[in-house]
Design a protein around this ligand. Structure first.
Ligand code: ADP
Ligand code: MG
Length: 380
């Protein structure tokens, strides 16, 4: 059953927490709402669950306007960010409470609890009490309590935030498998883009109470609509360089700290300043490169080296395969050393410096032809 949110606004007193939210969640879809802390994710989920009533707008579940309905009449199962387990009940009783209230047969309850407990690796704890469990284990019990139900829609608010990295990774897989098995519409809120990329059919990026972009994970990664999305999706995130635009001998160039760093095809907007987006994977340490930076530190992650530097006072990150020949040279850099980068192959994104909106995206192959306008003539 799908969920539709129409023209939703929510005010806490004078403060507008959500503005002009329009969103359609398809039946059976795993939708992730991604945004930083304070962006309005929990508020939005609570509006869908019925725990808060929107100031304006409507919420539909399976085409029924449920805006004025009590949470209990919406048939949604919610995992709260700050959930509480009943301390005097065992894990088994905590998980099965809702099913008992619904008067399901005992063996049916047992079957469901055991299945969900196995999925979440808490089947060994069913007879224990919450205070005997770690924070992460308690969180999985909270998740199990929602998953064991058979609602129209699952609503999950950062359900994996207390888990250590390895367990979280495992749970991402289990959650996605569970979703594929039961096929229920799920709205899942988190602030971690890796989590969103791993789980989502589609991601909704929210910032300051407004939806910025909706799309499937690769769409958001490949075609960010603005510099906010660009800096949010991707790990490490896209570099954003403040550049000036200048035309010389018929070729438009982008200049960073006074040096030309790339030619670009003609821009559709007349502008003197732009923000250039370059993925860390497209930056190459290169002594002759035009981008000047101060080395800060490197982080080794598996087969890659992440080089962290500062360019124009802002972080500049490059991801380099460890197998590359110049890595030993990189290892000699010390904090504060001057180093240079050039732009390798990949996509480049040009954003409006004021609004952050995308002006043009292009591959570096396209740029090569812009740099040599004569070549295009020779082709004919
Ligand atoms: P998120 O879950 O994305 O971190 P929230 O939905 O919790 O964000 O909060 C969105 C904004 O609304 C924040 O600025 C927060 O401070 C504010 N807010 C949240 N709950 C309340 C409340 N009960 N009263 C007043 N302001 C609130
Ligand atoms: Mg929240």
């Amino acid at each position: 059953m799908g969920v539709r949110i129409e023209n939703l606004r929510l005010k806490y007193g004078d403060k507008l927490a959500l503005d002009d939210i329009n969103l359609e969640v398809n039946d059976g879809e795993f939708l992730v709402i991604l945004g930083s802390s304070g962006s309005g994710k929990t508020t939005l989920l609570r509006c869908v669950s019925g725990l808060i009533e929107p100031t304006e707008g409507s919420v539909y579940i399976d085409d029924v306007d449920v805006t004025g309905y009590y949470p209990s009449d919406r048939n949604v199962a919610m995992v709260f960010q700050n959930f509480a387990l009943y301390p005097h009940m065992t894990v088994y009783d905590n998980i099965s409470l809702n099913l008992k209230l619904k008067k399901l047969p005992r063996n049916e309850i047992q079957k469901r609890v055991e299945e969900v407990a196995r999925t979440l690796h808490i089947d060994g704890y069913l007879k224990k009490y919450p205070k005997q469990l770690s924070g992460g284990e308690q969180q999985r019990v909270g998740l199990a309590r929602a998953m064991v139900r058979d609602p129209s829609v699952y609503l999950m608010d950062e359900p994996l935030s207390n888990l250590d990295a390895k367990l979280r990774h495992e749970m991402l897989g289990e959650l996605r498998n569970f979703h594929d098995r039961v096929g229920k519409t799920t709205i899942y809120v988190c602030h971690d883009q890796d989590e969103a990329m791993a789980l989502a059919d589609r991601i909704v990026i929210i910032n300051g109470g407004r939806i910025v972009q909706v799309g499937d994970p690769t769409e958001l990664y490949d075609h960010p609509r603005d510099s906010f999305v660009a800096s949010f999706i991707g790990n490490p995130p896209m570099n954003l360089l403040d550049c000036t635009v200048s035309k010389e001998r018929g070729v438009t160039g982008l200049y960073f700290q006074g040096k030309k760093i790339t030619a670009v095809p003609d821009l559709p907007e007349e502008t003197e300043r732009v923000t250039l987006g370059i993925r860390p994977e497209s930056l190459i340490p290169d002594a002759k490169g035009p981008i000047e930076a101060e080395f800060d530190y490197t982080i080794l992650s598996g087969s890659n080296n992440e080089i962290n530097s500062l360019a124009g006072g802002k972080p500049l990150k490059a991801v380099v395969r460890r197998s590359m020949s110049n890595v030993s040279e990189i290892n000699r850099y010390q904090h504060g050393d001057l180093m240079h980068f050039s732009i390798g192959k990949g996509m480049l994104y040009i954003f409006n410096a004021e609004t952050g909106k995308i002006i043009k995206e292009m591959s570096t192959d396209e740029i090569e032809s812009a740099e040599r306008p004569d070549n295009t003539v020779q082709r004919f």
